[in-house]
Structures are given as structure tokens and as C-alpha cells.
Design a protein around this ligand. Sequence first.
Ligand code: SDX
Length: 377
Amino acid sequence: MTVCEYKPGLEGIPAAQSSISYVDGKQGILEYRGIRIEDLAEKSTFLETSYLLIWGELPTKAELEAFESEIRYHRRIKYRIRDMMKCFPETGHPMDALQASAAALGLFYSRRALDNPAYIRQAVVRLLAKIPTMVAAFQLMRKGNDPVRPRDDLDYAGNFLYMLNEREPDPLAARIFDVCLTLHAEHTMNASTFSARVTASTLTDPYAVVASAVGTLAGPLHGGANEEVITMLEEIGSVENVRPWLDNLPPKSKIMGFGHRVYKVKDPRATILQSLAEQLFEKFGHDKYYDIAVELEKAVEEKLGPKGIYPNVDFYSGLVYRKMAIPTDLFTPVFAIARVAGWLAHWKEQLGENRIFRPTQMYTGDRGAAYIPIDQR
Ligand code: SDX
């Protein structure tokens, strides 16, 4: 076997062959199944895009209606899952609650009939349908309230906002939320997708695949950065303080919402999210943290632009969610709701060409060391 150079973080190492999405990090291009993200954001819906990602083609009208109706039918969660979630501490992070709840679905639905297309379809439908219900249920229950039942007359995005806020969603907010889900649905071999594929490669059940990916997404270097961005903007506090704050950062500090392993220009999703934030401000009023964010983007570009450090997807998303009254610690669970589509697409693709992931390592420890009895150490 050829000995390869060690690349920390597997930078530049292909981990799979995939036809699901494509990123050109120099030109800032993202495509799902060959279709530009800008087109999908404008013309598609999250569920249509999910179908595209998972089954490889845009659905016909009849296929889409059938898919939407199956998802609507499976939105509710079993009372035993709800009761389990009621026992979670209300101080716990919603990503931890989501990871545990996603894994718990496996207790009810796991049969591991991975060669049966009907099982694959049911798992896809159940995960897409139930994850938003579980996120909303935890939010209400941690405030001491009962979760609300999903509403069949509302679409995917509108129903989530309804379950979360217990009131009729504004149509513009619901449409913008749906676009946000489309933007977050998939992104090549990111850390959580890699995690999903590794888990999938053992032929475990899809609920375990999604639970492991949720755990990976939660970290502040990945999906968790959207929450950290708002904390950072709050800490900066004013437009005037942006440059002093930046100048006083300890060397090598990571500015949340900036930088990317692949993009060396502004992430195309950040550009769209910024314009979605502006649309929301026109209808619902301005947010002073947006001005801080714009000034920070300018200042970081001047300082770190030559190194290819620009806003990523997590920089403007929180400003959009804030206007929808989504609590800050739900930003990453919202990312997860969307990314379930990408994880499932990769799960399905992995099963089609499966070989268990089992890389190697470069051993740096001792060999043949003596065992020292405890009283001689
Ligand atoms: C997501 O992979 C995906 O596709 C992920 C994602 C998706 O849709 O799935 O796009 C979603 O996870 C977005 C990223 C969210 N994370 C953050 O916003 C956290 C802040 N950003 C970073 O820590 C960082 O940029 C990463 C984690 C996103 C990427 O890390 P890399 O590729 O390992 O880069 P690195 O940490 O090795 O940095 C390379 C250089 C370093 O400088 P030098 O030591 O070479 O001089 O760039 C600098 C870093 O210090 N750098 C930053 C920076 N990010 C990189 N400097 C300041 N602020 C930053 N944010």
C-alpha cells in the first residue's frame, strides 16, 4: 500500500465519490445535483429540494405531492418520545435534546431492512417529518408548556414556525424560512456529513446515522457557529466598537461565522441570507446587530480577505432567525432540520457503494513497553 502524507483534518483528501452537490470554493459556486443554489433558493421549496438531493432528480408534480403528503402524515411523534423529552433538563442544549430524540426514533422504527426501497423511503419520510416536531416540542416543554400538534393545512416551514411560536406564521417569514432550509440542506463532505457516511458505512440504522451527524453538527467550528455569531455581535455591542474589538482580539482568534475549508471567497449562501435578512427588516423593522455584522464583515475583509477569510453560511443566518423570534440556542437545531436532507442523501448514496470506513493512522507512541506494577509507579 502507498504511504500517504498525513493531512490534519483530511484536508484535500476525497472520502467518497458523490453526485449530490458541488462546491467551487474559488468562484463561490454551490450546486445541488448540478442546479445552482441561487436558482433553488428562488424557485424551489425545501421539500422539493430534499427530493432532488435524495432521489437525484426533481420530482414530477404527482411525485412531489405524494412526498409532501407522506411527510405531513408522519409529522406527529409518539407520546412516549414526548414523555422521554419531558424528562430532559430544561437547561440542556436543544442540540443534545435533538441528538437523543433522533436516536430514540430508532427504538421504534429500526428494522435495518437496508436493501428494501420501501424501508429507505419510510426512514427518509419519518426523519424529515419528525425532526422539526421534536425541535419545537423541546422548545415548548422546556418552558413548561405542552407541545402543540402539527397542522396539516400548513406547509413544512409554516408548520414548524407555528409549532414553535404557537401562532399563525407570517407568510413572508414562512417563505423565507423555507429558503433558509433549502440553503442549509446540503454541502458536500462537511464534518457532519462525513460523520453520517462513516456511521452509514457500518450498515447501522438511519436514526443512528442522523443522531451521529447531529452530534457532529453541534460544535462551534461547524453548525454551532451560527449561535456563537449572535453572542459575538452582542459582545461587540455597537458599530463604533467593531474595529477596536477586532484589533484587541488575541492573535490566532477565530472570528465566528468567518472562514471555510473550501470557500476562499464569500459563501454564496451568506450572500443570499444577507438579502433575506434585509427583506425581513423591511417588513418587521431593523435589527441593530445587522449594522454591526455589516461593519464586521468590512473590517474582517480588510484584515483577513487576502487570506481568503470571508463570511460563511453561519454569519447572517442568525440575524434572519432572530427576526422570526427563534431563540438563539435553536439556530443550530434549525440548521439540523435542513441538513437532515443532505445526510439522508449521503446515507442512501453510501449504501449504494458501501465499504466500511476504516482509514489508517500514523502511530507515534511507544512499542514493546514494560508493564510496571502499580506499587512501583
Ligand atoms: C460550517 O465544511 C462545510 O461545508 C461546513 C458548512 C456546511 O454547510 O456544512 O459550510 C457549515 O460549518 C461553516 C463554518 C462555521 N464555523 C465557523 O464559522 C467557525 C470559525 N471558522 C473557523 O474556525 C474555520 O474557518 C473553519 C473551521 C470553518 C475551517 O477551518 P480550517 O479549514 O481547518 O482552517 P484553519 O482553522 O486551519 O485556518 C486556516 C488559516 C489559519 O491561519 P494561519 O494559521 O494559516 O495563519 O485561516 C485562519 C486560521 O487562523 N482562519 C481564521 C478563521 N478561520 C480561519 N482566522 C480568523 N477567523 C476565522 N474564522
